[in-house]
Structures are given as structure tokens and as C-alpha cells.
Ligand binder design. Structure first.
Ligand SMILES: Nc1ncnc2c1ncn2[C@@H]1O[C@H](COP(=O)(O)OP(=O)(O)O)[C@@H](O)[C@H]1O
Ligand SMILES: [Mg+2]
Length: 338
């Protein structure tokens, strides 16, 4: 039987699941193992510990990551290090380690989108900054209003609109803060001691700045699991521009096909088993606000009463609830075998 190594977190949990039992315990491991088994794969759950990994012949199978979302992203970074090093050494890592790196990292995704130059990934003009001093130097040249996003964060908590340079500088001042009182004092002493010394920045939390897409009343969250597309319509409250985190959710069968076409186009760019895409649509064009390939919110698939699939060239809506673990396992196997 073919082997899959599923890398858990330090608690032994794998992946994210909205309706998980117990609370915050991720996907159901037994269910996952049984769905994989029915497709001819033996699953080994492994903690990312050298002592556990060295007991396995990891080259025999595919190593599957689901990432992790911890405050400060310390553990997420640890998992990312492991994924990158395995891939560098020629092991089969799923999804590719750069997509694991893109988790909770809008700046990195902005960079890959820009350098790849693919139109759908660049539907919104974006730029990125690693120090507040750099941002303020460039702020005058931006086309306002702009959307300012912290690299990490969800539910719109770190997404802001700025109507002009002054507001943008003020908002980024807070967002980019990396305070350290003692180092700051030391830095001031350095300045006194060493003529010509350039002070450190105390605002080095990277940000992504995007062109603002005006006038939208909603966005669409599209979860892709291989061939199946799950879409939720997310409304926007009056006096806001952010759909994420507002709870105005509805499943609609009359999703404009342009959104599914766009999602399909975005999904095809990187080889991946799944993706979560936040898409805006103004009746004419689609805009990609955000993409996540691992550890995204799964409410959309777990509650969805139907999904969309392409057949004979057009989109068909298929009725019925889906099981997260089943669709996860199916899309991983399809990805590996394609
Ligand atoms: N460039 C933009 N123009 C207009 N609205 C945007 C833009 N980017 C994001 N939004 C809105 O803000 C919400 C949150 O942005 P997103 O990048 O998805 O961050 P989060 O990680 O918080 O979900 C989106 O759901 C969308 O409604
Ligand atoms: Mg989002």
C-alpha cells in the first residue's frame, strides 16, 4: 500500500476544521485514515520531531502538511522550516513548501503573484513594504484610496482602508510596530556614540498595500477541493468595505459563472490539492483579494448544501452535503496521482 505521512502539530492534531470535536482539535484523524485507506493509501500521523521522523522511511511516500495557526506564528514557522528542508532534500512534500510559506503571509503571496506575472493573480495592483520608513518614502506615489494589510491575520482584523497619504502613514505606523524598549535605548546610545550612525527601524512588520476595488456589496469565498468548488456569498455591512468576518453568509446557486471560471484559473496556476480564494466581482471583472492553500477556514465546505463542478464545458451545481475529511483525502489523492 502506498504511504502518506501526515505531519501533525505538537498536540498531535492535523489541519483545521470549523466544526471539530473536541474544540480546536482539527480534522478527525480516524476518518481521514479510513478515507485514505479506501483509496489505497496507508496513513502515518507524525509529529514534526526528529525522533519520530527518523524512524520512518520518508522517501517511500508523500509528506503532507496542513500548517498551523498559532499566535506569533512561531510554530507555523517551525513547520515551514521542516517543509522547505524536506523539499530541498528531494522528498515529496504536499503541498509544495512555498505554498505552506504563503499561509498567513499575504506579503509573500503578493511577491510571488507579482514576479510570476500571471494576470489573474495580479487582478489588483499590489506593493509590499518591510519597514515603515520605506513605506512613508513611497506613500506619496500611491493611488488613493488604498487597502493596507498586515501579512498575517484573518476576519478583516488587520485590513484597513486609507483615503490619503496622511491616513496611510498613520495606519501603517501602528500596523508595522515592532517595539523593543531596551534595544531602542541601546540604539539611541549608538547614535550618540557613533557619528553618522543610521538608527534602526522600530516598525518592521511587513505589509501588503493593494489598490482599492470600490463599490462592492459582497465578496465570494471559494474553496476548491480538486474538481469540486464550494462557494459562499459574504455580504458587507453598511459603512464598511470588508466582507470577511462580518457573518453575512449565504449559499447561492446563481453564482455568476465568471467567478467559478476565475477561481479555476487561479487554482490552476500553482499545483495544489486545495485552495481558499477570496474573490470580488463588480459585474465585469474578478479580483483576487486573498489566497490560502493550507489551514484555511472550512466553514464554507462543512455547511455547504451543494458544490459546483465543471462538466461538458459548463458549471453544474450538485446537491448534497460534503464531509470535510472525505473531500480532503480525495483531493490529496487526485493531486498525488495527477
Ligand atoms: N483590495 C481590496 N479592495 C476592496 N476590498 C477589499 C480589498 N482587499 C480586501 N477587501 C475586503 O476585505 C476583506 C478582508 O480582506 P482579506 O485580504 O481577505 O483579509 P483577511 O485575511 O482578514 O480575510 C475581504 O473579504 C474583502 O471584502
Ligand atoms: Mg480573507
Amino acid at each position: 500500500m502506498k504511504k502518506l505521512y501526515l505531519i501533525t502539530d505538537y498536540k498531535g492534531f492535523f489541519g483545521s476544521k470549523y466544526f471539530d470535536v473536541p474544540y480546536r482539535s482539527g480534522m478527525d484523524r480516524e476518518l481521514l485514515a479510513s478515507f485514505f485507506k479506501s483509496k489505497g493509501y496507508e496513513v502515518v500521523f507524525l509529529k514534526p520531531l526528529m525522533e519520530e521522523l527518523e524512524r520512518q522511511n520518508l522517501r517511500e511516500g508523500v509528506i503532507v502538511f496542513a500548517s498551523h495557526q498559532d499566535p506569533g506564528l512561531f510554530y507555523k514557522n517551525y513547520l515551514e522550516d521542516l517543509a522547505v528542508s524536506l523539499e530541498l532534500a528531494g522528498y515529496r512534500v504536499c503541498p509544495s513548501s512555498y505554498l505552506i510559506r504563503a499561509h498567513e503571509n499575504k506579503v509573500f503571496f503578493g511577491m510571488i503573484s507579482y514576479f510570476m506575472g500571471v494576470p489573474s493573480l495580479n487582478s489588483i495592483k499590489s506593493s509590499w513594504y518591510g519597514a515603515h520608513e520605506d513605506f512613508t518614502a513611497m506613500a506619496e506615489g500611491l493611488k488613493y484610496p488604498v487597502i493596507i494589510k498586515s501579512a498575517e491575520g484573518s476576519m478583516s482584523r488587520k485590513v484597513f482602508l486609507a483615503t490619503g497619504t496622511k491616513e496611510a502613514k498613520l495606519k501603517t505606523r501602528n500596523l508595522m510596530r515592532t517595539p523593543d524598549f531596551f534595544l531602542k535605548v541601546r540604539d539611541m546610545i549608538r547614535q550618540i556614540r557613533h557619528k553618522g550612525y543610521t538608527r534602526e527601524s522600530w516598525r518592521r512588520k511587513k505589509i501588503l498595500v493593494q489598490e482599492y476595488v470600490p463599490g462592492l456589496k459582497n465578496d465570494y469565498k471559494v474553496l476548491v477541493y480538486g474538481k469540486k468548488y464550494y462557494v459562499i456569498h459574504r455580504g458587507i455591512n453598511k459603512d464598511d468595505f470588508r466582507a470577511s468576518g462580518q457573518g453575512l453568509l449565504s449559499y447561492r446557486k446563481d453564482i455568476p459563472p465568471a467567478i467559478l471560471d476565475f477561481a479555476e484559473e487561479c487554482f490552476a496556476i500553482f499545483k495544489a490539492p486545495q485552495v481558499s480564494l477570496d474573490i470580488g466581482y463588480d459585474g465585469e471583472s474578478c479580483f483576487l483579494f486573498e489566497a490560502q492553500y493550507v489551514c484555511f477556514g472550512t466553514y464554507t465546505i462543512e455547511k455547504s448544501p451543494f458544490y459546483f463542478i465543471r462538466g461538458n464545458g459548463h458549471w453544474t451545481c450538485v446537491e448534497g452535503n460534503s464531509c470535510l475529511e472525505e473531500e480532503y483525502a480525495r483531493s490529496i489523492v487526485e493531486y498525488i496521482e495527477q
